[in-house]
Design a protein around this ligand. Structure first.
Ligand SMILES: O=C(O)c1cc(C(=O)O)oc(=O)c1
Length: 305
């Protein structure tokens, strides 16, 4: 019996994903995924905003092999707060096939940062999505960004599109490469060439250190259809947004499954069908290779490039 009780209505990850029809290029990286616990081994943080089902490193790596990915980037999930043990444990048990993104507070010591670096951590995540985290003062975040820049790490930012204007000055003052989670969560019912998404494109256009994950169609989609029941052309309303970013910034985009998909409310995607979303947004072999291999390798395994 687990000590933890899942948030009511929690949707568990999809147990038997199909095999993707899209054949991932050799060496493809799932550049955004998480591990949850298991809670009995790596307890969820007291300050968490949700309690998930467990999703272990073994289950993550089985999914990697099933889908045809070669490597993972494991991003610290907010349900673990700034306790990075589950994520670091996943990295050190990956045979070098996983790198990570941590969450740290200003109290983190240089020794702790170095130990995380040795385990494979290459970035920190700053989260501005209010339903997921409590507010952290910007001076604390800037101090952390300055410290981790010395290790060659980058900053991953997660925010809602409506908050970009207010966060703009802070983001553009950061001294590292910046990676935006899930395209800054656009409202896909608005036009792709409307003012909200145009601001995001301008953010990337004017700042060459800004990258974007073109991930999470299952989270952003309003009209679907979902990646379920054999649907290989899912989340059509998200396609124009992701495709736009891939085509304008082919050397600064990443893709990830977002497994185990925390906080989805209306469906849980079949991850095999989710992989089949990729050729709709990266439509040539060259764009696919950059998105799935060249870009994540440059950012997370630069010593091998
Ligand atoms: O939108 C979300 O609920 C979500 C949550 C987390 C997390 O809790 O870390 O990570 C994500 O990439 C997305």
């Amino acid at each position: 019996m687990s000590t933890f009780t899942k948030t009511p209505g929690w949707l568990d990850w999809y147990a038997q994903p199909s095999k993707p029809q899209f054949k991932l290029p050799e060496g493809a990286v799932d550049a955004h995924c998480h591990v949850f616990g298991p809670g009995d081994e790596f307890p969820y943080a007291p300050e968490r905003k949700y309690t998930p089902c467990d999703a272990s490193k073994q289950q993550l790596y089985a999914l990697r092999d099933h889908l045809g990915f070669a490597r993972n980037v494991v991003v610290q999930a907010t349900c673990h707060g700034a306790d990075n043990r589950a994520m670091v444990d996943a990295l050190v048990n990956s045979n070098g096939k996983a790198r990570g993104v941590a969450t740290v507070r200003r109290s983190v010591t240089d020794e702790e940062l170095q130990a995380m670096h040795d385990a494979g951590v290459r970035g920190v995540r700053f989260n501005f999505v209010k339903r997921l985290v409590d507010f952290t003062p910007k001076d604390e975040l800037l101090e952390i960004a300055t410290r981790i820049s010395k290790l060659g790490w980058h900053v991953v930012i997660y925010f809602e599109a409506v908050d970009l204007p207010e966060l703009w000055d802070f983001f553009t003052a950061l001294p590292t490469t910046i990676v935006v989670d899930h395209m800054g969560r656009p409202d896909v019912t608005q036009p792709v060439d409307g003012p909200e998404f145009e601001l995001f494109l301008k953010f990337m256009r004017e700042h060459e250190n800004v990258w974007s994950k073109v991930s999470c169609p299952e989270r952003l989609s309003v009209s679907g259809p979902p990646a379920l029941d054999g649907e290989r052309n899912a989340y059509r309303d998200v396609v124009p947004f992701a495709r736009r970013v891939v085509e304008e910034f082919p050397d600064r985009v990443l893709w990830g499954t977002d497994w185990p998909h925390p906080n989805l409310k209306n469906h849980m995607p079949d991850d095999g069908l989710l992989v089949d979303f990729i050729p709709h947004i990266a439509t040539t072999a060259e764009l696919q290779r950059k998105l799935l291999v060249d870009n994540p390798m440059r950012l997370y395994w630069p010593e091998e490039v």
